[in-house]
Write a protein that binds this ligand. Structure first.
Ligand SMILES: O=C(O)C(=O)C[C@]1(C(=O)O)C=C[C@@H](O)C=C1
Length: 317
């Protein structure tokens, strides 16, 4: 399990799911971090390995899409292996175009290549406009553009962002092809464990809970740790534990910071009832929305309750 000891210096070198031109790259540039030139990595596991090994201080990776849900490669690579923590998040709008080599017409496109999440978000358009096309998955949308730029690649078109297509000398054969024009992807900046980002009152905490054993009510008991402390969840999804078929853990984003009494109490409750809890960080929410704190769940309420209990123990001895 990750331990939080040993503060590290503030990150100075960054990596991201590359190559240049991915949505991840655009999100990283949007964070306005000052550093040496960020390094692209070909996959999420490769990017996270680079942080674990100390090659870079932090990497930005996609974690959740408003249409396709959690990015499994990220959820799993964060959960297993040497401890890592999320220190920041970013959310950007994602829209896709179909990029081809100059001279290729839309009706000539038979082989399309892109990231699996991008393919899923353009499924309706592909069915309607290129029903006979074969779609091949690539590690990123910008990597797909690099592939299509090579006339000997065997691929006719990449689904990617304009910045990625244009940088490879490609041209748009179709624009805004995503089935949902309002899609957004959420990215997280991941570091080795160090000091927690300070509590702002507009925070989120990410955890993975492993149940002791599969039994009725186990998930309810996990949820109750949050519900009974007035902690709202932003995301919960099950992922296979990679042991036996039917064995799942729960990946959770909860509103609040580990320094909030209600969230701390919920996490301690999880520690008591779960086989293991992987703490993946407390960090400021990208939307900077403050949670509504239900009556009885503010820090003062928890402190007052602790003082009250102490007074009872004193008076009954
Ligand atoms: O391939 C990219 O451009 C990425 O940044 C990856 C990614 C993803 O993993 O979800 C990011 C946003 C889009 O939803 C499609 C792909």
């Amino acid at each position: 399990m990750p331990d939080l000891a040993g503060p590290t210096d503030p990150p100075t070198s960054y990596g991201y799911l590359g190559p240049a031109g991915t949505f991840t790259h655009q999100a990283l540039l949007g964070l306005g971090l000052t550093s040496t030139e960020p390094r692209p990595y070909p996959s999420v596991p490769a990017a996270l390995h680079a942080v674990r090994s100390g090659e870079v201080d932090a990497v930005l990776v996609p974690i959740e899409n408003s249409v396709e849900g959690g990015v499994s490669a990220t959820l799993d690579a964060l959960t297993y292996g040497a401890p890592l923590v999320i220190t920041r998040e970013a959310v950007i709008d994602v829209q896709f175009d179909l990029y081809v080599r100059p001279g290729t017409r839309l009706e000539d496109v038979g082989q399309v290549i892109t990231h699996p999440h991008a393919a899923a978000q353009c499924r309706g358009w592909l069915d309607a406009h290129l029903p006979a096309a074969t779609v091949t998955e690539r590690g990123s949308t910008a990597g797909a553009a690099v592939t299509v730029a090579d006339p000997d690649s065997g691929y006719d078109a990449a689904i990617c962002a304009p910045v990625a297509g244009r940088s490879q000398g490609l041209v748009a054969a179709a624009e805004a092809i995503a089935d949902n024009p309002d899609a957004q992807t959420r990215f997280v900046l991941v570091s080795r464990p160090g000091e927690l980002p300070p509590r702002t009152g507009r925070d989120k905490t990410t955890l993975v809970c492993f149940m002791r054993r599969d039994r009725s009510g186990a998930l309810l008991e996990i949820l109750d740790q949050f519900a009974s402390r007035g902690v709202n969840l932003c995301r919960i999804e099950s992922r296979p534990t990679r042991t036996t078929l039917g064995s799942y853990c729960f990946s959770i984003d909860a509103e609040g910071h580990l320094d909030d009494a209600r969230l701390a109490e919920a996490v301690m409750g999880l520690h008591r009832i779960c086989q293991a809890v992987v703490f993946l960080g407390s960090y400021t929410r990208a939307d900077e929305v403050a949670p509504t704190v239900a009556a009885g769940h503010a820090d003062d309420d928890y402190a007052e309750a602790v003082a009250w209990l102490a007074s009872l123990r004193r008076s009954t001895r």
